[in-house]
Design a protein around this ligand. Structure first.
Ligand code: BGC
Length: 377
């Protein structure tokens, strides 16, 4: 049964019964073929459905979340992440939609960094800088996948070995990313990595959200709160200057929820550099806590993000240009979706005052981010 058919069947059964489905652990998860890599390897789609009929779909290419289907305030299901229907578009034209980005999410200045006085050079795939792990970052790799189901949730464990020298990074890195979707409409992303040689790591989830539906236009009306008193200003190539600046009295202040478009066109150098918001906020807490909350008045949908990471990149989809036709043949326009990427700060290896992204062989990198979805009535 295909994922979509499975979901329809669950929703139809719910309609008939008029109540919540009692999902036993056998039917939370279904798999189907999503497509094929150019070399013929199969790409599988995992559809995880919960008690209320909400679902997420994940593929083993790039750990990409291809859909998140949730009810709006009238109970209508809608898919709230941007994406594509096929492997080719994900490989050739996707601006990292839905993907796991790494080994180093966001930018490293001029594609260069050093560990113990040894300099490493990365592809300048976002000239003059390195972006999201390189030409073949984690978003373009085929991951091993092992799905699981329990009575409360279901998910997929994705794993990968990024060899020593992969994309220019030192050390053979073992990475594991686990997606878990539960009956409270919470999507948990657990990250784990170990290396056999000192390296840098910054790994994130790069979904583009539009809480009104992926095909509903722009996200300017979404009300956003970011739990941060500071952010890291950037230069004209979007590399942090190293300063930790206060958000107070600037358009970067999201401490109280405000519509994304409220200040986005303010005459402010940082917004000019990013063509809108494309910055890292320094989260107020560095232990697991709420980092951001977004509310879309039109649909009533709410997304809260909890993380243990020190930063979050809020990217308002400024470079989406309407040229790319996504799912349901919908042309995604500028600011048709936004990303909230929990992370360490961009270009940390070149800034001693930023929290370290160094991973050494005796340590295990572990991190957790939760996306909690609900509806305001
Ligand atoms: C970056 C943007 C970039 C986008 C897509 C985001 O994480 O902050 O600058 O354009 O990813 O590549």
């Amino acid at each position: 049964m295909t994922g979509r058919l499975f979901l329809l069947t669950v929703q139809f059964a719910m309609l008939l019964s008029g109540c919540e489905m009692d999902l036993s652990k056998e039917n939370r998860l279904s798999t189907s073929k999503f497509g094929e890599m150019p070399d013929g390897r199969d790409i599988t789609k995992y559809t995880i459905t919960n008690k209320s009929g909400s679902s997420i779909e994940v593929i083993n290419l790039g750990g990409i979340i291809v859909s998140i289907n949730l009810p709006d305030l009238e109970g209508n299901m809608g898919d709230i992440v941007l994406g594509y229907d096929n492997v080719t578009q994900y490989l050739q034209e996707s601006p990292y939609m839905g993907a796991i980005v790494g080994r180093y999410a966001n930018r490293i200045a001029n594609g260069k960094f050093s560990i113990d006085n040894e300099e490493y050079t990365l592809a300048q795939n976002n000239a003059p800088n390195a972006l999201h792990g390189g030409l073949e970052g984690f978003d373009k790799k085929v991951w091993s996948a092992s799905p699981f189901e329990t009575n409360e949730n279901a998910g997929v464990i994705l794993s990968l070995i990024s060899e020593d020298g992969d994309q220019g990074y030192p050390g053979s890195l073992k990475v594991e990313v686990t997606y878990t979707f539960d009956d409270q409409n919470q999507l948990t992303v657990d990250y784990k990595a170990t290396t056999d040689k000192s390296t840098v790591i910054n790994i994130s989830q790069h979904s583009y959200f539009n809480l009104n539906g992926h095909n509903s236009g722009q996200i300017g009306d979404h009300e956003m709160m970011i739990n941060a008193n500071h952010y890291t200003p950037i230069n004209d190539t979007l590399i942090p200057t190293g300063e930790i600046a206060r958000v107070e009295n600037t358009p970067m202040d999201f401490r109280k929820a405000k519509p994304i478009n409220e200040d986005i066109n303010t005459d402010f150098k940082q917004l000019e550099y990013g063509l809108g918001y494309d910055h890292n906020w320094v989260l107020n807490q560095d232990e697991f806590s709420q980092a951001a909350k977004v509310y879309a008045p039109k649909s009533g949908r709410i997304m809260e993000i909890y993380t243990d990471q020190p930063g979050i990149q809020f990217y308002s989809g400024n470079f989406i240009d309407g040229m790319s036709y996504g799912k349901d043949n919908f042309a995604y326009a500028k600011r048709g979706g936004f990303c909230l990427e929990t992370q360490h700060f961009p270009d940390s290896p070149n800034h001693k005052n930023f929290p370290s992204t160094l991973l050494i062989p005796s340590e295990t990198f572990e991190s957790k981010t939760v996306f909690k979805f609900s509806v305001r009535q």
